[in-house]
Design a protein around this ligand. Structure first.
Ligand SMILES: Nc1ncnc2c1ncn2[C@@H]1O[C@H](COP(=O)(O)OP(=O)(O)O)[C@@H](O)[C@H]1O
Ligand SMILES: CC(=O)N[C@@H](CCC(=O)OP(=O)(O)O)C(=O)O
Length: 300
């Protein structure tokens, strides 16, 4: 439904009720950090992009501290195709050779990051774009990935893909205090200054842990986590997740997403949600109303 259709459909009294519903949430989350992962697939529609930027500005203005981490998988694919390359993924991670790394950095650190910054600022926010190279705040080393369904130690080399070794929270805290909204591209820096491509869900999860965030919200392009029959699973325990991975219900990009969500929930982030980024104002619905729009990941 468009904003105009929504305005016509809802009676004024109901609109006021909906606004009033936000009060306890604003009180509960006032001055708390909310890490939001904005997914490449959920950020292709211009109207949805605008809704997202407005929601982030609203959250900041009512006193929450949103921190945005973005992806850009489809946008990377577009530029790779233009240079005659096709992306390859293993267990949800992009195989990243030197040429792919150049494209990834150009797209994530440049095009996508600046577009989100610009949109948020257009709606009255003060967004600042960063990659993990700024102040060297996301440190990484080469990831060697354990092959699924293989004996421990059967490792896969996926090129310049990074595993996070540390995040310095001071830059983000500094920006928060200055009323800025950090917008972070998932690029890390190694001990020798080398550049690493890191899955955006992994960065969002780790950042939420380090910042002791109240909430981690991962936007994606499905209603949430689905079972084999395609039904939405509204809440998941670690045990259920293990079963869904083992029987192949979870695959591709959902693997790093669910892994990061679970790690964050187990390491102190109070609530973790995978939500449908295609629903207008899904952030406001999830954070400031009684209506959840996806899957909640539980720590036990
Ligand atoms: N059980 C599942 N439930 C929902 N999505 C799943 C599931 N298993 C695999 N997926 C895939 O994971 C994708 C989301 O991951 P990804 O493509 O990395 O999204 P994003 O760009 O939003 O991070 C979905 O579009 C879907 O194709
Ligand atoms: C290592 C790795 O896979 N990096 C990701 C980074 C971007 C990302 O995570 O984008 P989405 O959130 O849109 O999927 C990539 O190169 O696609």
């Amino acid at each position: 439904m468009t904003d105009t259709a929504l305005q016509q459909e809802i009676a004024p009294a109901r609109k006021a009720e909906i606004l009033a519903e936000a009060l306890p949430y604003i009180k509960r989350f006032f001055d708390k950090t909310i890490v939001i992962k904005y997914g490449g697939n959920a950020m292709t529609d211009p109207h949805l992009k605008d809704c997202f930027a407005r929601d982030v500005v609203l959250l900041k203005l009512v006193g929450l501290n949103p921190v945005v981490v973005h992806g850009g998988g489809p946008q990377i694919e577009n530029l790779l195709a233009r240079v005659g390359k096709k992306g390859e993924f293993i267990q949800g991670m992009r195989v990243t050779d030197a040429e792919t790394m150049e494209v990834v950095e150009m797209v994530l650190g440049g095009q996508v990051n600046k577009e989100i910054v610009n949109l948020i600022n257009k709606h009255g926010g003060k967004a600042v774009g960063l990659t993990g190279k700024d102040a060297g705040f996301i440190r990484a080393k080469k990831l060697l990935m354990q092959r699924q369904d293989a004996p421990e130690g059967d490792l896969i080399d996926v090129g310049q893909v990074g595993e996070i070794t540390g995040i310095d929270p001071s830059l983000i805290a500094f920006l928060d205090q200055g009323d800025f909204i950090p917008v972070i591209a998932p690029i890390g820096v190694g001990a020798e200054g080398e550049t690493y491509n890191i899955n955006a869900d992994v960065v969002a999860g780790k950042l939420a842990e380090i910042l002791k965030a109240e909430k981690l919200v991962l936007l994606t392009n499905t209603p949430g986590v689905l079972d084999k029959a395609g039904n939405l699973l509204t809440g998941l325990t670690p045990r259920q997740i293990e079963d869904l991975v083992a029987d192949g219900t979870l695959s591709g990009g959902m693997l790093p997403k669910i892994g990061s969500a679970l790690d964050a929930a187990r390491n102190g982030v109070k609530s973790v949600h995978i939500i449908d980024g295609r629903v207008e104002h899904c952030l406001l619905l999830e954070i400031l109303t009684d209506h959840g729009v996806g899957t909640m990941i539980k720590s036990k």
